[in-house]
Every structure is written in structure tokens, then in C-alpha cells.
Ligand binder design. Structure first.
Ligand code: NAP
Length: 336
């Protein structure tokens, strides 16, 4: 027999910078948020070491410590945190229903408003040894880690705008950057390509794929690179590997419920890009656009990297959470 769902005012799904910041604001607005924290509490920052680009972290703060403090701050003002994994949602009627697995038991919640801040994950190449060396020379965030590669030789994997941006970020510190790309042309915008291809520190290995990442004394030492046309394999010494082949937003369980773009990012009123122009216009007519963080379902909001494919920084995710919490507060007020 199933227990009756528990009703809460606001459910926050996800526990990265966006979810914690939104929860802090929602708590201080006396909306008593409940956070369904997910299987990687703290999100992507739990995989990083030192943080230098979150305002106020001048003292060598580590990613996991920063996330713990964000959680404590939200809890101090009344946020309730449930260690749980959301398994399915029903946004077709209000209040919304969300099911979560808590220590192996499924429990249903109903909520007046839901915030989705489930984040995104970097896509990895899947090369042998890559996973084990994350944070030990393998990085998915050049903006964060480039300063640690001063005077070193590194590789960047990918051929899109992210790979170009990462390469340019690295040129400020590293001695030599080799881009490893699986085809013979880049997907990135022409202007970014030109900046990269004319830079004296940059070389490109076209038609190439990383097959294996090798470590020595626990840190990266070399990569095995396969030529995708001739299948020849070569070992290349390197002191860092930046993977920039895209991100996967954690939106699978919402896909039949709210509008996602073709890559799975949640479309909100904030994303007035081409993909959502028609929706934005409809919304404008209906007045919804006054809630920029609202999704295609009124009362369901989204913030952070599950929406934002462009900036993807802890500070932008946190600010996005602030916006969502203020939108939720205003929207709930308008319902009364
Ligand atoms: P992307 O545009 O999807 O490019 C991914 C790149 O990685 C492609 O070159 C792809 O190769 C390669 N790739 C994919 N899977 C791979 C695999 N398994 N092994 C090796 N290589 C693989 O992703 P993105 O660069 O992260 O950009 C995402 C979006 O954000 C884009 O719309 C981009 O324009 C935008 N963005 C904009 C800026 C900016 O304007 N400043 C900066 C960053 C990102 P193929 O080309 O062969 O498919």
C-alpha cells in the first residue's frame, strides 16, 4: 500500500550552487523549501579542488567545502534537505507530484511550485584511464583550472566553441596547447577558429582521438592518440588534458513534461534564443515572460546549468538560483 503524498510549498530538485542559493532565498522568504538533493550532493563542484573564481574565495577554498557551506547556510535559515533521487514527476496537474527514492523506498511529494536545478555533466571521451585521472591532470573546466598549468604542455580535446574557448584560456598560462580533434575541420564559429589557429602556442592534431590516458605517480603523464583514418596509434607526453566535447544536462526525467531544446536543456522564459522564440512569443502574449525562470509549465521553474549551456559557472548558477527564487516568490504571491 502506498502512503499519501506529503505536501510541501516549494520543492527544489538538485543541490548545486543554483539549488542551494535558491533554497537560501526561499527559506529567508519563509517558503520552507524542501531540497531533493540527488545522488551527487553539491553537483559538479564536488569534483573540483581549489576554487579561485567564485567571489569571496580568496583563501584557497576547495569545491566540496564551498558546497558544504552553501548547504549549511541554506539549512540555517530553514531549508529541509532530503538525500534522495527523483525518479519521476507529474507536472500535468497542480499541485505537482514528484516521486523520490529515499534509502531505496519510493516516496511521493506534492508541491505548489517546483524548481529544477539538476545541473549538467561534462561528457567525457571514454578513453581508458580518463575517469581515474580527473582532477589529476584531466579537467573539464579550463576557465577554472588553466592557471595551474603555467609553463606546461597540455592537450584540449574537441572542435566546438568550448574547445576554442578553453584553448584560448590556456594560452595565457601553458607553453604549448595541442588540440586533438576527431575530424579535419572544426565545428566552432569562424572567429574563434581563427583566433586559435593563428595563435603561436597552438598546434592541432586533426583526425585524431584519445584512446588512453596514462598516469605516472597518480597524475597524467601521456596519452595514446589514434589517427581516425589510418588507425595508427602514437604516444604523446602531456601534463594536462582538457576535455571540451560538450555537456549533458540532467533533464531526462522531465522530457515528457516540460519543453527541452534539441540538446536536452530546459527552455525557460530567460532563454530567448532561436529554439524558444516561438514559445517566448506565446508567453509574451500570456504575460508569463515576467517570470524569466519559468519553464513551459506554469509553476515549474528551472535554473543553473540544466538551462544554461553558455556560461556554466558556479557564480552564474548561483545568481540564476537567486532569480528563480524571486520568481517563485512573486508567482506564489500572485496565486493568492
Ligand atoms: P559542441 O558545439 O557540441 O562541440 C562538441 C565538439 O566535441 C565537436 O567538435 C565534436 O566533434 C566533439 N566531440 C563530440 N563528442 C566527441 C567524442 N566522443 N570524442 C571526441 N570528440 C567529440 O559543444 P560545445 O563546444 O561545448 O558548445 C556547446 C554550445 O555552446 C554550442 O552551441 C556553442 O556554440 C556554445 N558555446 C558558445 C561559446 C561562445 O560563444 N563563446 C562558448 C562555448 C560554447 P564533431 O565536430 O566531429 O561533432
Amino acid at each position: 500500500m502506498h502512503n499519501a503524498p506529503e505536501h510541501v510549498r516549494v520543492l527544489v530538485i538538485g543541490s548545486g550552487p543554483s539549488g542551494w542559493t535558491a533554497s537560501l532565498y526561499l527559506s529567508r522568504a519563509m517558503l520552507h523549501p524542501t531540497v531533493l538533493a540527488g545522488d551527487q550532493i553539491g553537483g559538479q563542484l564536488m569534483l573540483t579542488t581549489e576554487i579561485e573564481n567564485f567571489p569571496g574565495t580568496l583563501d584557497g577554498t576547495q569545491g566540496p567545502a564551498l558546497m558544504m557551506r552553501m548547504r549549511e547556510q541554506a539549512e540555517k535559515f530553514g531549508t529541509r534537505v532530503i538525500e534522495s533521487i527523483v525518479t519521476r514527476v507529474d507536472f500535468s496537474a497542480r499541485p505537482f507530484t514528484v516521486w523520490a527514492s529515499i534509502a531505496g523506498e519510493e516516496k511521493a511529494f506534492t508541491a505548489d511550485a517546483v524548481l529544477i536545478s539538476t545541473g549538467a555533466q561534462s561528457i567525457l571521451t571514454g578513453a581508458n584511464g580518463e575517469q581515474e585521472l580527473i582532477g589529476r591532470g584531466v579537467s573539464t573546466c579550463a576557465v577554472c583550472d588553466a592557471p595551474f598549468y603555467r609553463g606546461k604542455n597540455v592537450i584540449v580535446v574537441g572542435g566546438g566553441d568550448s574547445a576554442m574557448e578553453d584553448t584560448l584560456a590556456l594560452t595565457k598560462y601553458a607553453d604549448e596547447i595541442t588540440i586533438v580533434h576527431r575530424r579535419d575541420s572544426f565545428r566552432a564559429s569562424k572567429i574563434m577558429q581563427e583566433r586559435v589557429l593563428t595563435h603561436p602556442k597552438v598546434r592541432v592534431r586533426w583526425n585524431s582521438a584519445v584512446k588512453e590516458v596514462r598516469g605516472a605517480n597518480g597524475v597524467i603523464d601521456s596519452v595514446l592518440i589514434e589517427n581516425t583514418q589510418t588507425a595508427t596509434v602514437e604516444e604523446m607526453k602531456t601534463q594536462g588534458m582538457f576535455v571540451a566535447i560538450g555537456h549533458r544536462p540532467a533533464s531526462d526525467i522531465f522530457k515528457d513534461q516540460i519543453l527541452l531544446d534539441e540538446k536536452g536543456y530546459i527552455v525557460t522564459g530567460f532563454a530567448l534564443g532561436e529554439a524558444s522564440l516561438a514559445l517566448a512569443q506565446t508567453r509574451l502574449k500570456n504575460g508569463f515572460v515576467t517570470f524569466p525562470t519559468m519553464t513551459s509549465i506554469e509553476g515549474v521553474f528551472a535554473s543553473g546549468d540544466v538551462v544554461d549551456f553558455r556560461y556554466r559557472q558556479a557564480s552564474t548558477a548561483a545568481g540564476f538560483g537567486t532569480m528563480a527564487s524571486l520568481d517563485i516568490e512573486r508567482w506564489l504571491d500572485a496565486q493568492e
